[in-house]
Every structure is written in structure tokens, then in C-alpha cells.
Write a protein that binds this ligand. Structure first.
Ligand code: ATP
Length: 361
């Protein structure tokens, strides 16, 4: 497995006559550690596949370098990079048995047959394919075929990295959930370097140790699922991660505190100390999970109108109006919700401040 370094990496599919480059991937510097499970997460068109293809060698970047364990591989074709790839649609040999399909990448590299058997059986066991090893691949369902495809990616332990390009998109939702868990277990057991492209935050957050959130050709934040949730580095991350996403309110500074229209919002001392006072648009951000709603006025609570309550089984989404702004709060299913008017509390340690979209302190 390898440590992957992206040095000044950028890509433009075509030059822009005015700016010189029309970046699908804007210049970036990153080091992805050996044995890490990374998810590339972002909306359609943000550059995930472009980045994955540069790492795999399917695409040569227009700027910068890719290094595997310090070795420059930028211009090496995929077959010389020692990587395994799993695509959105299964790539398997229909006429071969499941066993032979799984063994193929190992036999191709002349691995001893005893080791081939051991490794194939281990991966088949993890993916619950053991009972099918003797069957021809042709008769299998699309889900089973994609399991084999995953297995073929996972069977080699000598690769620099295993790259997955939305491999669970075509999979039945129940099995999708199971395979996410399996991938996580397999990663924990073998410490493989995994890079996994997805636009599905649930997939990224359950599977990856580190999530690379991308938007418009840029990495907006690289962090653990918990960091992305607790301390989004950018308003885009706050909005994109979470369901519903973070609430944002435009604010200004007055008399040492943040003011939304004429409503004062308490912020932590550390945030106040770092807040720019002039020249940039400011926003307060709070997760729906952190906004408190109650029927009685507590310390620092602000009066609000309850606009709607959606009961979603094991939790509720309350939409509250604070002045002219609408905010969402996510409450436990059994939490009491005031009928028409209530009180909102912004816990200062959970309330973030953003200047021009970027986190302040
Ligand atoms: P999706 O999830 O839809 O696959 P993505 O995040 O993987 O999207 P990319 O496919 O990397 O995004 O695309 C990034 C940008 O580059 C987009 O604006 C896309 O239109 C553009 N692009 C991708 N491939 C090419 C190409 N071969 N030629 C020109 N532009 C391209």
C-alpha cells in the first residue's frame, strides 16, 4: 500500500482563451496516508472522477504531480502503477467460475496457487460469496456480480491503492448497506489504502476514515466524518453534509456580539476574538441537531414562531421562524414541540461563524 501525494495538482480539459486555464480541478496540495480509507465526496461535476482518473493513470494532469511513496507516477499508465480499480458496473468474466474470477488478478501476477486459494477464500468469506465459488458467473444477479467485482479489487494485498468509482450505485439498497459495512471491516482488517468516489454522503460517512469534500474543482475540507459534522470548514460543507444541512444566518458585528437583523446571537469568546469586523460577509451557522427548541424561555433563548413540524419516525424536523429567517431543528421523536410560539437557544460552543464562506476560529 502507498502514501499518495498530490503536488500542485490541477487539471483543465481545455484552455480558456482569457484566463489560460478552465480548471475542472483547481490547484491542490495533499498527502493521503498509507493504509487510509478516503472518500471523495461532492455533487455531480465537482471533479471527483477527474481526480480519481489522474490517480489511476487514466488521465495525465495538465499541472502538478502524483507521487506514490515518493515516486513520481504522473505519466505512468494505469498498468504500471500497481493499483486495483472497481467501477460502477461489474467487470467480470461470465464464462469463468466465481472462484476463477476472484483469483484472476492474483494468477495474473503469478501468485502461488496455495496463496491464491487462501486469499480468495478469505475475501469470499467476507463478502458472503463462499457458497457461490464453484458457480459460473453468468447465472448470477447484477448484485452478486458487483460483489465479485469488489472482491477482485480487494483480493490483492500488494497494490498501492484500491480505487472505487461509485461501485454501489447499481446495488439494491439493502445490500448496499451490507457492503458498506463489509468494506469498512475489510479495510480495518487488511489496512488497505482505499479511495472511494461517491456523491452519497451516507456511503462516504459510514465507510471512510477521511472524507475529501469537493465542490467546483476544489477540496473544500478533508476531515473525519465527525470533523465535517462538528466543525465544517466552509459553508458548503455545512450545507452539503447533514440531513438537513446546517442553518446559516447573515449577521454583522455590533457592540462586541453577532447580530442577525436586530437579534443578538451569543458566540464563544474564541470566535468573537477572531471575527473580522469589516469588509467581508459574515454568517452564523448552526446544525439542526444543535439548535434547541423549547416551550419555555431559558437563559439566552430567543422567541420564535413554529412554522411546521415534520414527523420522520425516529426524529422530527421543526421549522422555526426567527424574525424573517427560517431555521431547522432536528429533535428526538419524543421531544416536546411548542404549538405556535417557542424559544430557540444557540449553544455558543456549537454556533459557528463564517466569513466569506470560511470558518472563523
Ligand atoms: P459525476 O459525479 O457527475 O461523475 P464528478 O464530480 O466526477 O461528476 P467530473 O466528471 O470529474 O466530476 O467533471 C468535472 C468537470 O470536468 C465537469 O465540469 C465536467 O463537465 C468536466 N469534464 C469531465 N470530463 C471531461 C472531458 N472529457 N472533457 C471536457 N470536460 C470534462
Amino acid at each position: 500500500m502507498a502514501r499518495i501525494e498530490l503536488r500542485g495538482l490541477a487539471h483543465a480539459y481545455r484552455p480558456n482563451p482569457k484566463t489560460g486555464a478552465d480548471y475542472a480541478l483547481k490547484p491542490m496540495e495533499h498527502v493521503w496516508e498509507d493504509g487510509g480509507a478516503y472518500a471523495l465526496l461532492g455533487p455531480s461535476g465537482c471533479g471527483k472522477t477527474t481526480l480519481l482518473n489522474i490517480i489511476s493513470g487514466l488521465l495525465v494532469p495538465s499541472e502538478g504531480q502524483v507521487l506514490f511513496d515518493g515516486r513520481d507516477v504522473t505519466r505512468l499508465p494505469p498498468q504500471e502503477r500497481n493499483i486495483a480499480q472497481v467501477f460502477q458496473f461489474p467487470v467480470i468474466y461470465d464464462t469463468m467460475s466465481v472462484f476463477d474470477n476472484l483469483a484472476f488478478p492474483l494468477r495474473n501476477r503469478k501468485v502461488a496457487e496455495k496463496e491464491v486459494r487462501a486469499r480468495v477464500e478469505e475475501v469470499a468469506d467476507m463478502l458472503e460469496l463462499s457458497a457461490d465459488l464453484g458457480r459460473r458467473a453468468r447465472g448470477l444477479t447484477a448484485d452478486q456480480k458487483q460483489k465479485i467485482s469488489l472482491g477482485r479489487g480487494l483480493v490483492r494485498s500488494d497494490v498501492a491503492a484500491i480505487l472505487f468509482d461509485e461501485p454501489l450505485t447499481v446495488i439494491d439498497p439493502q445490500l448496499k448497506w451490507l457492503l458498506r459495512r463489509k468494506l469498512k471491516q475489510i479495510h480495518e482488517r487488511f489496512r488497505l489504502s482505499l479511495i472511494y468516489v461517491t456523491h452519497d454522503q451516507n456511503e462516504a460517512l459510514t465507510f471512510a476514515q477521511q472524507v475529501v469534500v469537493m465542490h467546483d474543482g476544489q477540496v473544500m475540507q478533508l476531515g473525519t466524518p465527525q470533523q465535517l459534522f462538528e466543525v465544517p470548514a466552509h459553508t458548503f460543507v455545512g450545507y452539503f453534509i447533514g440531513s438537513p444541512g446546517m442553518n446559516f444566518l447573515p449577521c454583522r458585528f455590533e457592540g462586541g456580539s453577532a447580530v442577525v437583523d436586530d437579534i443578538r446571537i451569543p458566540l464563544a469568546r474564541e470566535v468573537l476574538d477572531h471575527a473580522p469586523r469589516h469588509g467581508v460577509p459574515l454568517e452564523i451557522g448552526i446544525r439542526p441537531e444543535h439548535l434547541r427548541v423549547s416551550a419555555s424561555q431559558g437563559n439566552g433563548a430567543l422567541p420564535a414562531e413554529i412554522a411546521s413540524v415534520e414527523d420522520l419516525g425516529n426524529f422530527k424536523i421543526v421549522t422555526a421562524k426567527l424574525g424573517r429567517h427560517r431555521l431547522k431543528a432536528k429533535l428526538d421523536e419524543d421531544a416536546p414541540v411548542p404549538a405556535e410560539r417557542g424559544w430557540l437557544t444557540f449553544p455558543p460552543d456549537r454556533t459557528r461563524l463564517y466569513a466569506d464562506g470560511r470558518l472563523v476560529a
